[in-house]
Design a protein around this ligand. Structure first.
Ligand code: KG4
Ligand code: ZN
Length: 349
C-alpha cells in the first residue's frame, strides 16, 4: 500500500551511456540513485558507440533496478508510478529502459510516465533540496544538447534558444580529443584548465546576431584545431602539431577554451534573464558540473539579483533521480502514458 501523503516514483534512464534507476519521494527526496556508467566501454573509441551502449544497457538495466530497490528499502507495493526517459536519445538505448519500465508498470499495475530527458535535467536542482521558485531561466548543457528555457513551472518549459550545431559538452569532448587529454572531455579539460592561463589564447566567442539566445560551438572547436595543427599555408613562429606544445601550453589552451565557452554560456543566461525578468537561474546537464561555469554563474546571479540553483555533480550528469523528479510533476498533472508509449530519438520543440 502507498503510505498516505507520500508519492514514491521509480525512475529509469537509459538514453545514452548510463543505465540508471532511482527512487524519489514526492519529487525531491532521493531514496536511492543507482547509476551504471559505461565510460570504460566507450573510452577506447573516444565517444559513445550506440550499438555497444544498447547492448550494455541490456546487461545492466536489471541490476541497477534491483540495486535501487534494495538501497531505497522500498517495497514495490509502495511505488505509485514508474517514470522513464522515452526521448530524446540513442534509440536502441532508450528502448531498453522503456521496455523495463513498461514491464514494471504493467506487473505492479501502476501508471507509466514518459519523461523528456532534457526537461528532466531542469528538475535536478530540486533533488534533496528546497523546491524551485518559478519563473526561472534554465541552461541545460550536456553532451547532446545545449538549450535555454523559460520555465514557468516544473513542466512548463518554453524554449528560448538552442545550439545550431555542436552541443557545449560535445565541444569539450572534441577539444579534449584534439589535446589528447582523454574521455569524457569535460572533466579532463576542467582539471587541466585549473593548471592553465585562461587568457593565454584568445579563442572566438560566438554570440550570433543581435540578442540571439541560440548557441554555436563548432567554430571554437575548429579554432582550437587550427591553433594546435596550424592552417595549411600559414607561417608560424611556434611549430605546429600537438607534439610541439609543452604540458603548460596544453593546459593554457584548455583553460582558454573553457573560458571562451563559459563566457558564451553566461552571456546567453544574462540575456535570457534580462529578456524574461526571471528571478531564478537553473543549471543542468553534464556541463553544469564544470567548475568555471559554476563559479561564473554564481557571480552573474549575484550581479542580476537572481537565485542560482546548481545541482550537485551527481545530479548534473545523467541519472534517474531527475527522471523520477520530473515524472512526479507529470503524475500530479495527470500526464501519464499508456503502455504503447514510443521511444523517440529527437524532439521537436
Ligand atoms: O548530461 P550528460 O551526462 O549526458 C548527456 O545527456 O549528454 O552530459 C555529458 C557531457 C559530456 O559531454 C561531458 O564531457 C560533459 O557533459 N561534462 C563536462 C563536465 N563533466 C561532464 N563538461 C565540462 N566540465 C565538466 N566538469
Ligand atoms: Zn543528459
Amino acid at each position: 500500500m502507498t503510505p498516505p501523503n507520500h508519492t514514491i516514483l521509480l525512475g529509469v534512464e537509459s538514453s545514452c551511456d548510463e543505465a540508471a534507476c532511482a527512487l524519489v519521494r514526492d519529487g525531491r527526496e532521493v531514496l536511492a540513485n543507482a547509476v551504471a556508467s559505461q565510460i570504460d566501454l566507450h573510452t577506447r573509441f573516444g565517444g559513445v558507440v550506440p550499438e555497444l551502449a544498447s547492448r550494455a544497457h541490456v546487461e545492466q538495466i536489471n541490476s541497477v533496478i534491483a540495486e535501487a530497490l534494495q538501497a531505497g528499502g522500498v517495497d514495490p507495493g509502495d511505488i505509485s508510478a514508474v517514470a522513464v526517459t522515452h526521448q530524446p536519445g540513442l534509440i536502441g538505448s532508450l528502448l531498453v529502459g522503456l521496455m523495463a519500465a513498461k514491464t514494471l508498470a504493467w506487473v505492479w499495475d501502476v501508471p507509466l510516465v514518459g519523461v523528456n530527458h532534457v526537461y528532466a535535467h531542469a528538475c535536478a536542482p530540486a533533488l534533496d533540496e528546497e523546491p524551485i521558485n518559478y519563473p526561472a531561466v534554465a541552461l541545460i548543457a550536456s553532451g547532446g544538447h545545449t538549450s535555454l528555457y523559460h520555465c514557468t513551472g516544473p513542466i512548463e518549459m518554453n524554449l528560448l534558444g538552442t545550439t545550431i550545431d555542436d552541443a557545449a559538452g560535445e565541444a569539450f569532448d572534441k577539444v579534449a580529443s584534439i589535446l589528447q587529454l582523454g574521455y569524457p572531455g569535460g572533466p579532463v579539460i576542467d582539471r587541466a584548465a585549473k593548471e592553465g592561463d585562461p587568457a593565454a589564447v584568445r579563442f572566438p566567442r560566438t554570440l550570433l546576431k543581435g540578442q540571439s539566445l541560440d548557441f554555436s560551438f563548432s567554430g571554437i572547436k575548429t579554432a582550437v584545431l587550427y591553433h594546435v595543427n596550424g592552417v595549411p599555408g600559414m607561417q608560424y613562429d611556434h611549430p605546429r602539431g600537438l607534439e610541439h606544445f609543452s604540458r603548460q601550453e596544453i593546459h593554457d589552451i584548455a583553460a582558454s577554451f573553457q573560458q571562451a565557452v563559459v563566457e558564451v554560456l553566461t552571456t546567453k543566461i544574462r540575456r535570457a534573464v534580462q529578456q524574461t525578468g526571471a528571478k531564478t537561474i537553473l543549471l543542468g546537464g553534464g556541463v553544469a558540473a564544470n567548475s568555471a561555469l559554476r563559479a561564473a554563474a554564481e557571480t552573474l546571479a549575484k550581479k542580476l539579483g537572481c537565485t542560482l540553483r546548481r545541482p550537485p555533480l551527481k545530479y548534473c550528469t545523467d541519472n534517474a533521480a531527475m527522471i523520477a523528479g520530473l515524472g512526479y510533476h507529470y503524475l500530479q498533472a495527470g500526464r501519464t502514458s499508456d503502455l504503447g508509449l514510443a521511444a523517440t530519438a529527437t524532439v521537436r520543440h
